[in-house]
Design a protein. Structure first.
Length: 248
């Protein structure tokens, strides 16, 4: 049997889907909703929090709750070809997207050092990608990608905005250092966003998780030569894993 807040959320959900609460419409005040559904304020807030986590409504501080514009989910895929043709799209969407790219040399922080299996302070090249639909006010995805600086014989190059953090350009630079990849390992998890992630991804309120992906590119000698930390807003993204059929 559904809990009280789940039943209230379902009634509001039906109103949104039926168009009784139109896109952009402001919902009645929480006190008015609590009175309408004859429930307590904590229960009402739990119901609204559930709809917010689903991406159906958004809470604007000092203004109230509004019906969100429907968005199509972006897709994070795992269709990289180890043989030398890495995918250039780290999240797929039909809507126009702007990607902001930056690059710098950094000393490995503890979390990155653990991921790359190197001592903290090891010199790395960091690539930061932010992907954002033109129609949305905040990015749907953030990525920090790292490569061992000592393995890059030439001056690191900035990938184009259309390329993934683990793009063809990056792997071409690794190839110039005679590095052959053996495998790519990925760990996907759902968790609450950090304060910084919530700010950068425009996540407001509680209940919205992020899809966090740790990628590690491992060469034939067992070294982690590239690693990426990707964070996608959980109510705007879905992971798609493609497994090729066995050859006959």
């Amino acid at each position: 049997m559904p809990k009280r807040y789940e039943s209230i959320a379902e009634k509001l959900r039906q109103k949104i889907h039926a168009g009784d609460l139109a896109t952009g419409a402001r919902l009645p005040a929480e006190t008015a909703l609590a009175a309408e559904y004859r429930t307590s304020m904590p229960t009402m807030r739990m119901a609204l929090g559930l709809l917010q986590a689903e991406g159906l409504i958004e809470k604007r501080h000092g203004s109230g709750n509004y019906v969100r514009k429907a968005v199509s989910l972006v897709e994070y895929g795992s269709d990289q070809d180890i043989g030398g043709a890495p995918t250039t799209a780290w999240s797929k969407t039909d809507a126009p997207v702007e990607t902001m790219v930056s690059m710098r040399e950094v000393d490995a922080a503890d979390d990155v050092a653990a991921l790359m299996k190197v001592p903290p302070g090891t010199r790395l090249v960091e690539y930061v990608h932010r992907r954002q639909r033109h129609s949305e006010p905040s990015p749907h995805g953030l990525s920090r990608s790292y490569v061992l600086r000592e393995l890059m014989q030439s001056t690191p190059q900035l990938p184009s905005a259309s390329q993934a953090p683990w793009s063809v350009l990056l792997h071409r630079q690794l190839g110039a250092a005679s590095i052959t990849l053996d495998r790519i390992e990925q760990r996907l998890s759902a968790r609450p966003p950090t304060i910084e992630e919530a700010r950068d991804l425009g996540i407001v309120g509680v209940g919205v998780s992020v899809l966090a992906i740790q990628r590690a590119s491992i060469d034939t000698e067992g070294r982690t030569v590239e690693a990426s930390l990707v964070v996608l807003s959980g109510n705007r993204a879905v992971a798609v894993v493609t497994t090729p059929a066995a050859s006959r």
